[in-house]
Design a protein around this ligand. Structure first.
Ligand code: AGP
Length: 608
């Protein structure tokens, strides 16, 4: 979604803004712009297209000045165009704003402002904010911002700049991320940490309703009533290189190979030898869990697929009924959530609008809530009653890989933890699972070494327009993720089906040469999965099977087999997904796709 950068200091603002915006490109955008203050005047340069188009536009006449704001826009209201790009100004050009989110009451406000003589040049909701500033300005910049915030409704990260008060930037947020970077004689504002990490590691993570006045030497935070808020400095422990590609061609490949480390980091402090799994951050008691009659897992996309796997863990180990919902459906189905419910939201970004809304709805209905997220200080992390972090590190590629496998790991650990807490999981099995989990990082490493065979398949089948993924039980949940990976970065039409569902329709699509990936890691449904494999083979599909090492039977049936190290069947999803991630990556390469920034998609969907 949109990316915001702000700078105030003693250096030229433009290069800092452009560099910061480049670090936010992963959020997905279709236009970009900057506004820089200098000697009484604000220069605005913006255009549709990539950042390079903006660089080209300012070449030779780089806006001077040491204070400015920048924005990469993901269109929500108003198609991608130069005039719809941010920053937006009022008629005079004295008030400038950049925004991430949606101003829900902008149409009514726009009509009122037009009736007062304001001239709008764009179709965006954001432009209303700049005109409101001019309309309400009473000589006090902060006070005017507060008045504007009382009027607008919706979700926003906003940064304001005014030629009438040129030694400060003001920023605020509601439902969208915003961080402040604390420098020496300079300060930074951004939607996300990678945009400022090259300048400072000391940050304030802004919370909803906080308004920050940022000068080059100070950051003052207050609420809308003017009550001062003291912020804790959040030290960013990512090194600059961690947010870069680290020698890999794409962020996605880097992040696929970071999975062993992401696993270890996510296990740290929670899994150790034969000791019971623990979550120091959870203060649940056995009695407290006794009262939970149902768990709801709500998420989007890949996180939703992780939730489907989590259902198996929690029902099997903790013996609690679990419902898994796509977030955009959840709150519109009048869910039977009450004080005996636990709602778990799963979200890499912690900012996905639909998932955040589901969290809020469940809280309104009295449920206890837990966020499983990868971003410290994200909206979901702050709004859920409890939060369990995946420690995957920054995930920049739009296609989620290490976040997914760490989500699986957290759901696995939660299942064993709650099962032990409730006494529903046999201690012997709990120990066996705990030990098996500690082998996963090395097993992932081994699996990722076996890439040559996958590259061949990707080249062979990369030109296909359709692909099918089949599996049963946990294999079906992973098949869904495999299909999403392939379609979202290679644009091949990929479908996942419960293998037993094939004959109820999809079999009609299986014709000669169609690639079908069959996951067969679950012993309890293995025989039936082999039968389904034979069904598609009988229609001359090309079958690539994913199976555990030591399985000799499947090689007689499938055209190709990709083996994963042998592990407990409950942990197999953490390994079975790896060949599917790599297959998707190399298929996308074969097809010349933009692997890290696939068309039409964004890393974090912060609008409904
Ligand atoms: C997965 O590869 C996609 N990028 C997308 O489905 C993503 O998982 C979904 O948008 C949810 O994002 P979140 O985990 O940040 O909430």
């Amino acid at each position: 979604m949109c990316g915001i950068v702000g700078y105030i200091g003693t250096k030229l603002a433009t290069p800092i803004l452009l560099d910061g915006m480049s670090k936010l490109e992963y959020r997905g955008y279709d236009s970009a712009g900057i506004a820089v203050y200098n000697e009484g005047h604000i220069t605005v340069e913006k255009c549709v297209g990539r950042l390079d188009a903006l660089r080209e536009k300012v070449k030779g006449h780089m806006p001077e000045g040491t204070m400015g704001i920048g924005h990469t826009r993901w269109a929500t209201h108003g198609r991608p165009s130069d005039r719809n790009s941010h920053p937006h100004t009022d008629d005079s050009g004295d008030f400038v704003v950049v925004h991430n989110g949606i101003i829900e009451n902008y149409m009514k406000l726009k009509e009122e402002l037009i009736a007062k003589g304001h001239k709008f040049v764009s179709e965006t909701d954001t432009e209303v904010v700049a005109h409101l500033m001019a309309d309400l300005y009473n000589g006090d910049f902060e006070a005017t911002v507060k008045e504007v915030l009382k009027i607008i409704e919706g979700s926003y990260s906003l940064v304001f700049m005014s030629a009438k008060d040129p030694d400060k930037l003001i920023c605020t947020k509601k439902d969208n991320p915003l961080v402040i970077g604390l420098g020496e004689g300079e300060n930074f504002i951004a939607s996300d940490i990678p945009a400022i990490i090259d300048h400072t590691r000391r940050t304030y993570i802004m919370s909803d309703g906080e308004i920050a006045t940022v000068t080059k030497d100070s950051v003052w935070v207050q609420d809308i009533k003017g009550t001062p808020i003291s912020k804790k400095v959040f030290e960013v422990n990512w090194n600059a290189e961690a947010a870069q590609k680290g020698g890999f061609e794409h962020f996605m490949l880097k992040e696929i190979y970071e999975q062993p480390k992401a696993m270890r980091d996510t296990m740290t402090g929670r899994i150790h030898g034969e000791e019971p799994i623990k979550f120091d951050e959870l203060n649940w008691t056995p009695e407290e869990f006794a009262g939970i009659s149902k768990i709801f897992i709500v998420a989007c996309g890949t996180a939703y697929h992780a939730g489907l796997v989590g259902k198996y863990y929690l029902e099997k180990f903790a013996r609690i009924p679990v419902e898994v919902d796509i977030a955009s459906e959840f709150r519109y189905r009048d869910p039977l959530v009450d004080e005996n419910s636990l709602l778990i939201v799963v979200s890499q970004s912690g900012e996905t609008s639909d998932t955040l809304a589901a969290l809020r709805e469940a809280k309104r209905l009295g449920a206890r809530t837990l966020a499983v997220t990868n971003v410290v200080g994200s909206s979901m992390a702050r709004e859920a009653d409890q939060v369990v972090y995946t420690y995957a590190g920054p995930e920049i590629a739009v296609a989620s890989t290490k976040a997914y496998t760490t989500q699986l790991l957290v759901m696995f650990m939660l299942g064993v933890y709650v099962g032990t807490l409730r006494g529903t999981l046999d201690p012997k099995l709990a120990k066996e699972l705990t030990l098996a989990a500690q082998d996963i990082p090395e097993q992932i490493h081994q699996t990722l070494e076996n890439v040559d065979q996958i590259k061949v398949f990707a080249t062979q089948y990369g030109s296909c327009e359709d692909a099918f993924f089949l599996g049963r039980s946990l294999d079906y949940a992973v098949a869904l993720e495999g299909a999403l990976k392939l379609k979202e970065i290679s644009y091949i039409h990929a479908e996942a089906y419960a293998a037993g569902e094939l004959k109820h329709g999809t079999l009609a699509l299986i014709v000669e040469g169609v690639p079908v990936i069959v996951l067969a890691t679950q012993s309890d449904v293995y025989a039936k999965t082999i039968s389904n494999l034979k069904e598609v083979k009988a229609r001359d599909a090309v079958v690539i099977a994913i199976a555990q090492e030591g399985d000799e039977e499947i090689g007689k049936e499938a055209d190709h087999v990709i083996y994963i190290p042998k592990t407990n069947k409950f942990l197999a999803p953490l390994l079975a997904v790896l060949p599917l991630q790599l297959l998707s990556y190399y298929a996308a390469l074969t097809r010349g796709c933009d692997v890290d920034k696939p068309r039409n998609l964004a890393k974090s969907v912060t609008v409904e």
